[in-house]
Ligand binder design. Structure first.
Ligand code: GDP
Length: 488
């Protein structure tokens, strides 16, 4: 009986809170993507633009003047590190350098005070929305399939992948060490460590390789967070396991136990405590890098997006169905860094992301949430101009390339503004996805897109000396899709 009364009381409190405006609804927004996709920059720019009343014409609540103010508040989860917004903004705005990238999970609460659009909503809503932004590495999501795999399955697959021609050279050192190991020998900490370190070095080498290879689990080997060096991360696949149970006290038994510990103590709690509580999700992708690297990398990116979307599909995996307490109803797949292209190519970039997301949705058999796509730049580091070349007028982008960046044999000093002809994205996008067809980049002597990294922009000041918020491309469109309806 007590429970019922308690529940009833909570329900009543909630209702009366709603009516008196005390209750402030919250929305949990997940921000993910593989490392360097642009998560840190996206969150920093989003918060900066909302707090400083940035130019957001496609964000309806802001455009119609209904947002009274937006400010940071204490986050609800004490055990999760705070997203270091102030440090990131200081780097971007004062030093004009890109902030430190995401290395683990973090959280930030942004509260928006607004006026509802209709009189009816005004009566029932508090006019306050807390957006809990949860930033986490996409690598961690890609661990979900491990939950359904035994140590033997995991070992077999990892060894098969490592021997594929694309990875064979990168995995050589680990495979050499691994080949000398007898899984039935006595467990030994130093052997375990040597194996784990060389396996992790191989996974990291795949990530850094210019072939832009897909990310392989375990995700914490690439992004350890605060678990670096812990036993749950000191394991590696073993060769020659067969189907026998591991002999007690053997290296095989030790690795098996640690693999299971990784699943129980690292993977499951992450999904249970963070992923299953999300309402909205943005998946950032570095489409520019993949386009530069060719169809193989595009296919790989598509595979990663497919796997990421599968993690948000409720009801397929038993583990998640047990724990989903909320349901993600909107997912945005967004390519950032569109400021590397002239605006004429933005729609093409969006069409490419649309194609990629559609194929991923189909392959992941994904239903249950609206999936939209965007081509955007959370921070716009360039402006546009034209350059006359002979009789032709070429559209260019102008920005300050980062010191040491090179193009056409020229090396930049990090101080000089430079005009760059970025090249066009191809009109026919099918070829970009066709691994068997000719590589579109070889159609001409030059690469299709000329890609240098620019420094963050210098912020403009108004006549009154007020510094304007960070410039962007279509950040407002992303915001409208992700939170706009909650401010209606
Ligand atoms: P994370 O690993 O997902 O947190 O990635 P970051 O947000 O740190 O972004 C990685 C790098 O991508 C940055 O250091 C920038 O060089 C670049 N970048 C990210 N977003 C943008 C953007 O909107 N415009 C431009 N020009 N570069 C960006």
């Amino acid at each position: 009986l007590t429970t019922i009364t308690d529940e009833a009381r909570i329900a009543l409190d909630t209702l009366s809170g709603r009516a008196t405006g005390l209750f402030s609804p919250s929305l949990r927004l997940g921000v993910t993507g593989l490392s360097r996709a642009g998560k840190t920059v996206f969150i920093s720019a989003l918060v900066h633009n909302l707090i400083h009343g940035g130019r957001l014409p496609l964000f309806e609540a802001q455009k119609s003047g209904r947002i009274a103010r937006a400010f940071l508040e204490e986050q609800p989860d004490d055990a999760v590190p705070r997203f270091q917004y102030e440090d990131h903004i200081a780097a971007l705005v004062n030093d004009r350098v890109w902030p430190d990238s995401t290395r683990a999970i973090s959280e930030l609460r942004l509260t928006i005070e607004y006026e509802s659009a209709s009189g009816w909503s005004r009566m029932f809503s508090s006019g306050k929305l807390s957006v809990d932004i949860v930033d986490y590495p996409g690598e961690w999501l890609l661990d979900l399939p491990l939950l359904g795999k035994s140590f033997t399955d995991f070992s077999r697959e990892a060894i098969e992948m490592a021997a594929l021609p694309v990875r064979e050279d990168l995995s050589r050192a680990w495979r050499a060490i691994s080949a000398r190991i007898d899984p039935n020998a006595d467990a030994d900490e130093m052997t375990a460590r040597r194996l784990a370190e060389s396996f992790a070095a191989y996974l990291k080498a795949c990530k850094l390789d210019e072939r832009a290879l897909s990310t392989l689990p375990p995700g914490r080997f690439l992004m350890p967070g605060d678990l670096e060096g812990s036993p749950a991360l000191t394991f590696a696949p073993l060769a020659g396991l067969g189907d026998r149970r591991p002999p007690p006290g053997s290296l095989h038994a030790m690795m098996d136990r640690r693999y299971e510990a990784y699943k129980t103590h690292v993977v499951k709690p992450f999904f249970r405590e963070h992923i299953t509580r999300l309402d909205r999700q943005i998946v950032l992708i570095d489409a520019m890098q993949a386009l530069n690297a060719g169809p193989g990398a595009m296919a790989d990116l598509e595979r990663a997006v497919t796997e990421i979307l599968s993690c948000f599909r409720p009801g397929r995996s038993n583990f998640l169905t047990d724990f989903f307490s909320r349901r993600i109803d909107r997912i945005l797949v967004a390519a950032t860094k569109a400021d590397h292209l002239h605006h004429e190519s933005h729609d093409r970039l969006q069409a490419i992301v649309r194609r990629l997301a559609d194929r991923a949705v189909a392959r992941a058999n994904f239903t249950g949430a609206d999936v939209d796509v965007a081509a955007m730049a959370a921070v716009r580091a360039t402006r546009e101009g034209t350059v006359k070349q002979g009789r032709e007028t070429l559209p260019v982008i102008i920005g300050t390339p980062i010191a040491g960046e090179r193009i056409n044999g020229e090396t930049f000093d990090g101080k000089t503004e430079t005009a760059i002809f970025p090249g066009d994205l191809p009109e026919k996008i099918d070829a970009l996805f066709d691994i068997s067809g000719p590589d579109h980049r070889q159609d001409s002597e030059d690469p299709a897109i000329r890609f240098v990294r620019f420094r963050p922009p210098k912020l403009e000041r108004t006549a009154e000396g007020v510094t304007l918020s960070l410039p962007h491309i279509r950040l407002d469109r992303a915001l409208q899709f992700l939170i706009g309806d909650h401010l209606a």
